[in-house]
Ligand binder design. Structure first.
Ligand code: GUN
Ligand code: FE
Length: 401
């Protein structure tokens, strides 16, 4: 892989020249991984187990997000989170910040400076959360509008329009967010149908209007929408989503952690809904998109096999190759990011150098070996826009006798 400046300029197959700067014939050169749903202020909240979504938000997540009202605290966490992303090979993100405008701008600046690809959204909330996390709708819309002009949708790091979910937004806020979305082509992020309790609350609040219709009527569903979860959806909802062009960001680790349910990926794909994959840190507990890819396979196994978990029909389960595709080119393609996700001439040089300490190339299915035996410590370099932003020093770790 030949990199010049910020770009990959050539890819050659065959014998590796002895003059390469990085890697050797046992290395994997992999596109940087793309995480299409994560919450930057939630990285320190991973692992708060034993609660369903709504109490978990109130008791764990909202207090954590309030801490980002202190810009110094937010900045110090942003830099730790960026390092953690680099360390697990994540180079592309669709991320939520908090309701704090200043913290969102700081996150966008920090991630852009390092060279990440993606979007970060100021979370929009004007009801049903602690007062410290609420802002008047018109203030939120003004702030997001300003962020969009500083970080436009065609930039490498762009602002996203991010109403948290129907339960934290007034109809007026959602409509104004929808109007903002209609004026450009920014990514729209929100959560959809993650738990049945949430769906019941939406049903009650909006007088029986379906969850999908609530977003659709507000103008929040188009081909730039990335909707977290989408577990509890009927056929009509699937059809409406498919027609809108909105994507569902599947977050299998978060769904098992909060006991929300198992999303039926095949059913959504068959209905014509594009599916991306996300860690959903901090409901999700795996920073590594490789392990989230593995969880995607696990979730499909659960759907395919039911409770007893037995099957002989492995063909209906996504392969490791599918999962590798999903966390690289698949996520990039679904988001319309044609500059990343693949190793090819002309692409941005967002690349991992992976040096497994196992003979992976000699196994029956190398991609499956890599995925299931995965160790983050194999990532020896994370390269963004042609610059090494993360390098691991690796001895074998043994202490001399
Ligand atoms: N629904 C609304 N907000 C959130 C959040 O922060 N995490 C998850 N998993 N679901 C949500
Ligand atoms: Fe989420």
């Amino acid at each position: 892989v030949d990199i010049d400046g910020e770009k990959i300029v050539g890819v050659a197959l065959g014998k590796i020249s002895s003059s390469v700067d990085l890697g050797n014939e046992d290395s994997l050169i992999c596109p940087g991984l793309i995480d299409t749903h994560l919450h930057l202020p939630q990285f320190d909240s991973i692992g708060a187990a034993g609660m369903r979504l709504l109490p978990w938000l109130s008791e764990v997540i909202f207090p954590a997000e309030i801490r980002w009202n202190d810009l110094a605290q937010a900045k110090s966490m942003i830099s730790r989170v960026a390092n953690q992303c680099l360390g697990v090979g994540t180079t592309g993100i669709c991320a939520y910040a908090t309701v704090s405008h200043d913290a969102t701008i700081a996150a966008l600046r920090a991630f852009r400076e390092i060279g990440f690809r993606g979007v970060i959204g100021q979370v929009m909330m004007d009801r049903d959360a602690p007062a410290e996390l609420l802002r008047p709708a018109n203030q939120l819309v003004d702030e997001v509008d300003r962020t969009l002009s500083l970080f436009p949708a065609d930039g490498r790091m762009a602002a996203a329009i991010t109403p948290r979910f129907a339960l934290s937004c007034s109809e007026s806020l959602m409509e104004q967010a929808g109007a903002l979305a209609a004026s450009g082509f920014a990514v729209i992020q929100t959560h959809l149908a993650e738990t049945t309790a949430e769906c019941r609350a939406v049903d009650q609040r909006f007088g029986g209007k379906s969850y999908v219709r609530v977003y659709q009527d507000a103008g929040l569903l188009n081909q730039h929408s990335v909707l977290g979860h989408g577990i509890h959806l009927d056929r009509i909802a699937q059809q409406q989503l498919a027609e809108s062009g909105a994507k569902i960001a599947h977050c299998p680790t978060a769904n098992s952690f909060l006991g929300s349910g198992t999303m039926d990926r095949d059913s959504h794909l068959a209905a014509g809904i594009p599916i991306t994959l996300g860690s959903d840190i901090g409901a999700g507990f795996e920073r590594s998109m490789v392990r989230v890819g593995r969880a995607m396979i696990d979730a499909a196994v659960r759907i395919a096999t039911g409770k007893d978990g037995k099957t002989d029909d492995f063909d209906q389960i996504p392969s490791a190759a599918h999962a590798w595709y999903q966390i690289t080119a698949g996520n990039a393609h679904a988001l319309g990011w044609d500059d990343v996700g693949r190793i090819r001439a002309g692409a941005s040089a967002d690349v991992l150098v992976v040096d497994p300490d196992i003979p992976w190339r000699k196994t029956r299915c190398p991609l499956s070996t890599l995925m299931f035996a995965w160790d983050d410590r194999w990532i020896s370099r994370t390269i963004l826009r042609g610059r090494v932003q993360f390098a691991r020093n690796r001895g074998d770790g043994r202490v001399a006798p």
